[in-house]
Ligand binder design. Structure first.
Ligand SMILES: Cc1ncc(COP(=O)(O)O)c(C=O)c1O
Length: 379
């Protein structure tokens, strides 16, 4: 009897979790409800309006006038790979800053796109000082500078505005991974002069995972138009994608490229709407205040943060695990109380926990719940 039951398919009925790891965060119920809305076709006039409205709101969230601003079908990684594969041609010189695991992934992507990659590296928890970019570009020019704004593996914020200026002065494009930062701290595509940026749906924007929001500015689009060889990707080819999403000033006529994930885009639309209703500045402030409340609570528990205060992220907190405390046992005890946090990455594995305060979870009540459970697990 029990054997028969174990072979029958599951009925999806997931437990309730408070998601205080590095993402996904808990979407607002309005966002989840949108996913269950009526299905329409991906070329339905209603859906084309949803696409236009999503692009409009995504521009406001990225703080840009860039027409070429869409959620890629695929997670944050797909957006980052779209950037790399469209901007890089084989043989191009590319400078990548590596302050942790996600910078290393940009190196991998640029290398696979055929670039000659030069890496500017820092030790874990540190950042690459802007002067190092200036010195490297003076030594040898590059077509593209790529970096991670909010490094999820170390909790460090890499300065972007100053590096973007340095890159532009040196005639290089600048592309930024803002997967963890977008929606949770200032990120200004136009004011900072960023040419391309890629984020995700599931962290500070509070939608389910599955989309990779990207934006491309005029200099990036010009670089794509001037390519000598076609990009090796068909799915992520910007020219083909915008025949579906609609090119600037182009006809309303849309050409089929792929079947858009309609329900995911409904949810993302609602998440963007909620973010803009709140206001980006208020949302950034809320994430900053949540971080401060959390840090105070950690101090009460005798816990310290790994990342130096000078460049600590608000939405991703890397906590030192005290001597003699069992990493997995504490995370297990939290999960028993319905709370997810995450372990450390690479050299920080077993030595740190990573706690996300993202989207709706940048909230005092939820933080107090986590601190209470953490206190119990440590006692
Ligand atoms: C900084 C950073 N870049 C890229 C990614 C990859 O995003 P995704 O998992 O949505 O593909 C992550 C995921 O956590 C991240 O934190």
């Amino acid at each position: 009897m029990s054997e028969q039951r174990s072979q029958s398919p599951m009925i999806i009925d997931p437990p309730e979790r408070l998601l205080m790891g590095p993402g996904p965060s808990n979407p607002d119920p309005v966002v989840l409800k949108a996913m269950a809305s009526n299905m329409v076709g991906h070329l339905d006039p209603y859906f084309l309006d949803v696409m236009d409205d999503t692009m409009r709101m995504l521009r406001a969230v990225f703080r840009t006038e860039n027409h070429h601003t869409i959620p890629m079908s695929g997670t944050g990684t797909s957006g980052l790979e779209t950037i790399m594969l469209n901007l890089i041609e084989p043989g191009d010189d590319v400078v990548v800053a590596v302050i942790g695991y996600f910078g290393q992934r940009l190196v991998e992507m640029a290398t696979r796109a055929g670039a000659n990659v030069r890496v500017l590296e820092s030790s874990f928890g540190e950042i690459v000082e802007p002067a190092r970019f200036a010195a490297e570009l003076e030594r040898k020019p590059a077509k593209l500078v790529a970096l991670v704004h909010a490094e999820t593996s170390t909790g460090a914020e890499q300065p972007v505005a100053e590096v973007a200026q340095i890159a532009r002065d040196a005639g290089a494009l600048i592309a930024v991974d803002c997967v963890t930062s977008l929606g949770g701290m200032p990120f200004e595509v136009d004011a900072w002069g960023i040419d391309a940026a890629g984020s995700c749906s599931q962290k500070c924007l509070g939608a389910p995972p599955g989309l990779g929001p990207v934006t491309f500015g005029p200099r990036a689009i010009e670089a794509v138009a001037n390519r000598k060889v076609q990009t090796s990707t068909w799915y992520m080819d910007l020219n083909l994608l915008f025949q579906y999403w609609g090119d600037a000033g182009g006809a309303k006529q849309r050409a089929f490229h792929h079947t858009a994930p309609v329900s995911s885009i409904y949810a993302f639309h609602e998440a963007l709407r909620l973010a803009l209703d709140e206001g980006m500045e208020s949302r950034w402030d809320r994430h900053r205040e949540a971080h401060e409340i959390f840090v105070e609570g950690l101090q009460r528990l005798g816990l310290s943060l790994f990342t130096p205060e000078s460049h600590r992220l608000p939405m991703l907190n890397v906590i030192n695990i005290p001597e003699g405390v069992d990493d997995a046992a504490v995370r297990g005890a939290l999960l028993d109380r319905g709370i997810e946090i995450s372990g450390g990455f690479g050299p920080l594995k077993g030595k740190t926990w990573r706690v996300g305060l993202m989207g709706n979870n940048a909230n005092t009540e939820r933080i107090e719940r986590l601190l209470g459970a953490l206190g119990e697990a440590l006692s």
